[in-house]
Structures are given as C-alpha cells and as structure tokens.
Design a protein around this ligand. Structure first.
Ligand SMILES: *Cc1c(COP(=O)(O)O)cnc(C)c1O
Length: 480
C-alpha cells in the first residue's frame, strides 16, 4: 500500500502525502486541515533536523502521519487536568480547593448552557442585581443584615479596604499582618487599596489602648484578620472582639473582620476542631466579615462580604466591585451550595469538603487494605507497599495545627542504594498516569492519603499502566 511504503533517507514525503495517508486523513478529520498541516510540517522539520545532525531518522508516510496525529493529540490534551488528590490536604489550593456536589455542578452547567436571569428581575421584568441570588441565603445562614459577593476573598478584602480605607488609615494589630501563600500580603493589598496601614501593638501582644491611641479623625476602618495559617503562642494578648467592637462603634469606625476560611456552621457539631463562624463573628460585633467561597464553605471560588446593610451598600457602590464581580457560573454554584446549609444535619453527606473532613479513619484504612495488593502488583518488586497511618490537614490555611487521623498507602524503596532517586521516579510515574496521582514524600516513603479518594475504580483501572511509566522514569534516573 502506498501509505506504508518506506521512504529512503534521501526523500521525505510532502505534507500533502502525509495528509492523504490513513492517519493523515484521521488527523484532518479530528483536528482540521490547518492544524494538521502545521503539525505535519513540525514533524517533517524535526526529521530533517535530526538527519542534519547525523541521525538515521527515516520514516514512511504512515509513520510520519502517526507522529503528526500524536503531536496534535498532545497539543489538544487539556492543560487543566483532573488529578487524584492523595496529598492528605483536603482543601489544597494548588489542586483547586473545594470540589463541588452534583447540585452545584448542575446549576453551574445550566448557567453555562442557557441565558440566565443574572441581573434581571423576572417578576418585574426589570434590571436586577446579581447579588440578589445569594444575599437572602447568606443573611439566613449568618444572621448578617446584608451581603455581596465578589471574585474571591482577596478581592473582597481589597474592595472593603478601598471602600473604607481609601485615602484614609486602616488600623491593624501587628500580630495579624498576614501573608497567605506569598501572593496575598495584607500590607501590599492595603497599599493597592489606597489605605495607609497603621500598625498597632506588637507581634505577640496588642491591647485595647493601642487601638484607642491609633484611632483618629483619619481612621477609615479597623481591620481584624483571622490568623488562619499560623498561631502565636506563649506570652500573647489579643483584644477580645466584643471590646474592640465597642471601641470602634464609639468612634463610628467600621470594624472589619477578614475571616479567610469562614465556616458557616459550628464545626464541632461534626466532631471537628472549633473554627470561628461568620455568625459568631458578626454577633461579637464585627460590622463586616469577609470570607472565601472555596475554603471551609466548600463551594466555588468566591469572596463574600457580609454584615451591616449600610456598609454593604457602600461596598456594592464602589466602582471597583464591577472589576471584581463574580461570574454567573460560580454564582449559580454558590447559590446551590448555600442551600445545602439549610439542612446542617445532612451536610456531611451532601457537601464533599465536609464529607472528606469527617470520613472516619477506619473507613479510609479499609480502602487502603483493599487497594494494597493492586498497588504492590503494579509497582513491582523494588518497593514495599504497606497500609500506613497518616494525618490529613484541612488545608487552605484553616487550622494549620489541627490534623485529622487518616490512613493510606506507603511505598518505600527496598534497599538503601539510590533510594531517594527511586522514590522520586515512583512519584513521577504516578503523575504520568492518565489521571495523575499526587501524593507526598515523607520520611523516605511516598504516601498516598486516601481520605479524598472516592473514585476508587478509576484509580484502580489505570494502575496497569504504571509499570511502563516507572520503567521510563527509572531509566531516566539511572546513574551514568
Ligand atoms: C485565604 C485567605 C484570604 C484569601 O482568600 P482567597 O479566597 O484565597 O482569595 C484572605 N484572608 C485570609 C485570612 C485567608 O485565610
């Protein structure tokens, strides 16, 4: 057959010939003429290059067309890929934080597929507000007078700081000048918001009189930031929220609390460590609370501002709100998530984030026992695979010192020689699977914490492909 005729070293097929081969036709069918021509040129170019470098890179038309097809498939593979989060960190910022329940996914899909009444009052046939879809729910769940929503909590903080602190001073305790993940540093956000930072107290101790002395004619707000990702212990003092609230009120200055993770229900009712709730924060006297949609709340990326009606109105009127607004897709998902909070009893079942948090260690261990042999068989004789106890974390800065007893699989290289390299190779091989598996390396072992594993079948199904990847990675890793 013409397509499979071997081509000698001297003559390469034309792009046209490649396109007319079996795989060439298939490539055009899938990816279009233009993209296939481009890819075929790239493949032919690479062969010419290799030949010039003295390599015996030959190839018949069909082989070149197959390479073209592979190149196109590679280019078209999604970059934002699904992975297995077996890191043990439930809300992993680098892995997209909260995963959503079906009701929220369905709502988001509907909002993507069809026109929706985003800023349209169906009853009156007039213009509406996008915040209207969730403000009632947030009021109901948190006791806030009013609420509005923006792109994320960093945006919410920026917006609030700009609204009340723009051209004015924002008072913050030195113990609360937080940095979250490098890109969110309170002093930087404050500068961008046009607010002048006034630090009060010391790193470990801040007294009411420190705030009193700092408050003046030019104070725009007092900001309290939840130190969600670290803990100051020992000789410490922070001003009780109610006292600070009374002071701020007496001076007619808004007290804003950036809660970060923002729990909407008391976590202790599910046997988890206490985390300040939005409701409690408002009850203690905060005028506004800002929090994330995709941390403890378990929803899509969003930033919520909840609290006093007059202050929310000022925030909503800030032109910056337009630049930070949330999109219809996430708004639809957020509405669906918030509705789940009306039934807190069923929440640990309905909300994946909470389901992961409360998943009992014994149940996770049973999954590990069930998977151990399949993993051992897939990995081969160079590593031991054992069921191991481990500890999971909430993640996203929430309760950094709290851990959840968990279980998983620990893979350890047999023998000391090149153990570190072999461990890295194993870790890379797992990440090369169609659905990359992400774990963590600790104490000379690759640990897969199975707390967040629900689709066991999909994980199992791809294990037979591991050996080939491991072989490649080991070869790449071999010394010399
Ligand atoms: C996480 C966090 C933020 C940033 O929230 P994003 O939703 O990631 O934008 C701000 N402040 C605190 C205290 C946080 O914990």
């Amino acid at each position: 057959m013409n397509e499979t005729r071997p081509i000698g070293h001297t003559r390469l097929p034309s792009v046209d010939q490649v396109l007319r081969s079996v795989s060439g036709v298939a490539a055009v069918e899938r990816f279009g003429h233009e993209a296939t021509v481009g890819a075929a040129r790239d493949v032919l170019g690479a062969i010419r290059e290799a030949r010039r470098a003295g390599a015996a890179a030959a190839g018949n038309v069909e082989a070149i067309a197959q390479d073209t097809l592979r190149l196109l498939e590679e280019k078209n593979a999604p970059s934002l890929r699904r992975v297995f989060n077996l890191t043990g960190t439930v809300l992993h910022t680098n892995l997209g934080r909260a995963v959503l329940p079906d009701s929220a996914i369905a709502a988001a899909v509907e909002a993507m597929r069809s026109p929706v009444a985003l800023e349209f009052d169906i009853g009156g046939g007039e213009r509406g507000e996008r915040d209207d879809h969730v403000r009632g729910l947030i009021r109901e769940i948190t006791g806030a007078e009013d609420a509005c929503v923006v792109n994320n909590n960093a945006g919410a903080v920026l917006l609030v700081l700009n609204t009340f602190g723009g051209g004015k001073e924002a008072i913050v305790s030195r113990g609360e000048l937080i940095e979250i993940g490098g890109s969110f540093r309170l002093p930087d956000i404050m500068a961008r918001a046009g607010a002048r930072l006034v630090e009060v107290g010391t790193t470990n101790r801040t007294h009411l009189k420190d705030y009193e002395q700092a408050l003046g004619d030019n104070t725009g707000l007092v900001l309290r930031a939840h130190t969600s990702n670290y803990l100051i212990q020992g000789f410490t003092k922070a001003v009780p929220a109610a006292e600070l609230a009374a002071l701020a009120r007496a001076r007619s200055v808004p007290l804003v609390h950036d809660l970060g993770s923002g729990a909407l229900v008391d976590m202790t009712r599910y046997g988890l460590a206490a985390e300040p709730t939005v409701r409690a924060c408002l009850a203690e006297g905060a005028d506004l609370v800002t929090f994330s949609g995709d941390k403890l709340l378990g929803g899509p990326q969003a930033g919520i501002v909840a609290g006093r009606k007059d202050l929310v109105a000022r925030v909503a009127k800030n032109p910056m709100k337009r630049a930070l607004r949330i999109d219809k897709i996430r708004l639809a998902a957020l509405e669906a998530i918030l509705k789940l909070y009306r039934d807190p009893e069923r929440l640990p079942h309905a909300l994946p984030t909470l389901r992961f948090f409360v998943r009992p260690k014994d149940e996770i261990a049973a999954v590990a026992v069930g998977l151990r042999e399949a993993f051992a068989a897939a990995i081969g004789g160079e590593y031991t695979v054992s069921v191991a106890e481990c500890t999971s974390q909430i993640g996203s800065g929430a309760q950094p010192l709290e851990t959840l007893p968990s279980a998983g699989l620990a893979m350890t290289p047999i023998g000391r020689k090149g153990a570190g390299g072999r461990l890295e190779a194993l870790s890379r091989a797992f990440r090369k699977l169609p659905i990359p598996v992400v774990g963590r390396i600790k104490d000379g072992a690759l640990i897969f914490d199975l707390r967040c594993l629900e689709d066991e079948a999909a994980l199992r199904e791809q294990l037979p492909q591991l050996a080939a990847h491991l072989h490649t990675e080991r070869a790449a890793d071999a010394p010399g």
